[in-house]
Design a protein around this ligand. Structure first.
Ligand SMILES: CC(C)(COP(=O)(O)OP(=O)(O)OC[C@H]1O[C@@H](n2cnc3c(N)ncnc32)[C@H](O)[C@@H]1OP(=O)(O)O)[C@@H](O)C(=O)NCCC(=O)NCCS
Length: 150
């Protein structure tokens, strides 16, 4: 991990900053209320943020742990902070977080046009396990299902 940021669990105080990055990244963003629900009420959710020394939120990752499956729901880094290893650091953090628990597989869905994310996940050993045609809207796109055995 690079030295310019630290990773810690997401709290309610982070919802506004995380939601701002979400809106910047996605055409169908989660609402701020969804993030608040995930971090305060959902029994299966774990969310972490990467923040710099000035306490600015640079990126976040959100997962669900359901039985033996880790589902990666959200991973995003603000535009000005990309290609500095932050997403890789967040992914590493999650994989270390679930190590030792009875998790056997990690799964996620990614737009087939999302070269950056597919490249990142491939580097971590995720492989295509399926395709959902026309899964995404605005614009319409296929979802590639990627999995990694843990
Ligand atoms: C995908 C995303 C999270 C990557 O974040 P990041 O912090 O820039 O990624 P990292 O710096 O950790 O990159 C690690 C590796 O991923 C790959 N990668 C990252 N961005 C890439 C890009 N634009 N093109 C090709 N490969 C890329 C590279 O292998 C990179 O290693 P390198 O920089 O040594 O070549 C970021 O681009 C993003 O937030 N995109 C919008 C949201 C999104 O699409 N999230 C994923 C949804 S499934």
């Amino acid at each position: 991990m690079s030295t310019g940021y630290a990773i810690r669990p997401m709290g309610e105080q982070d919802v506004t900053a995380v939601h701002k990055i979400e809106v910047e990244c996605y055409t169908n963003p989660w609402t701020a209320e969804s993030f608040r629900y995930e971090i305060t009420q959902s029994p299966v959710s774990s969310f972490f943020v990467a923040e710099d020394a000035g306490r600015n939120i640079l990126g976040y990752i959100g997962v669900w742990l359901i039985e033996d499956e880790l589902h990666i729901n959200n991973l995003a880094v603000k535009t000005g902070s990309r290609r500095q290893g932050i997403a890789a650091g967040l992914l590493e953090h999650i994989l270390a977080y679930v190590a030792g628990r009875k998790v056997s597989i990690a799964t996620l869905e990614v737009r087939s046009s999302n070269v950056a994310a597919i490249s990142l996940y491939s580097r971590f050993g995720f492989r295509q396990a399926g395709l959902r045609r026309g899964y995404y809207t605005s614009p319409t796109d296929d979802a590639i299902i990627m999995t990694k055995e843990l």
